[in-house]
Design a protein around this ligand. Sequence first.
Ligand code: NAD
Length: 281
Amino acid sequence: MTVKIDGNLVAAAVRKEVAEGVQTFHNQTGQQVGLAVVLVGEDPASAVYVRMKEADCAEVGIRTFDTRLPADTAQDELLTLVDELNADARVHGILVQLPLPAHIDEEAVINRIAPSKDVDGFTASNLGRIMRGACGLRACTPLGVMRLLEHYGIDIEGKHAVVVGRSTIVGKPQSLLLLEKNATVTICHSRTADLPAVCRQADILVAAVGRAQLLGADCIKPGAVVIDVGINRSDSGLVGDVDYAVAEPIASAITPVPGGVGPMTRAMLIENTLQAAQDTQ
Ligand code: NAD
């Protein structure tokens, strides 16, 4: 029987733990854990993501500081806001929702966030810390994948992990986190020759591409653990990068889309925010 990896279940357990941690932090310090959420422009998908993240915060007792700015906000104005949030002791984490409008340099804005408040784990400093194997706030999606593997008792050491996708926020940090747990890691991307042949070597296959159902039966080794990070809109609703119907019978464990990695990303955001608050003590 293939195990269906339930991100909603694990995320709910994380939220419960975070709620307890937030309460303990309040009891010990008299402070509330705080997250600043910055949304620039009117992108409807971003607005939905921000609402869901703020709802998670409300559920676990994290106070949110919400700033909505118009799409034509100048970069300097946004940088000044980040500086103010960096200096605000009530704010333990800062989330600048991406993507930003085209006239704003995302790198400049993200790297302006103090690494100690970078709860998305996107700053060069925190990504560099993963490379060095040092402590720091880690990118939420790869961290969420690691938590799922841990929760389901999936062995990583010595296994061949194939990560499809080499983005800075998912594929690359994911590869490093798997390497840190002693997997042998292969990273695939848009120029990989014979992608199915490489994927078929995977004991653990992580798909982070953004192409609906790109990975079919010919990409799955029998008994592989399949983690689908992809979120793609199709006529039949949200689908992943893996063709779930054909992959599920071949895999030993698999994440659905939705209900797999997505809820874990949000859960790791609130966990990182608690971590950032605890690190101030
Ligand atoms: P991205 O566009 O930045 O990177 C995609 C990567 O896929 C690139 O490295 C590219 O080389 C690779 N790629 C593209 N076409 C390919 C092909 N045909 N074969 C092999 N590799 C190919 O995307 P991203 O930000 O890393 O996101 C990837 C997917 O994960 C998207 O669907 C995104 O919506 C989703 N995502 C989900 C969560 C979540 O919480 N579940 C979080 C972040 C991203």
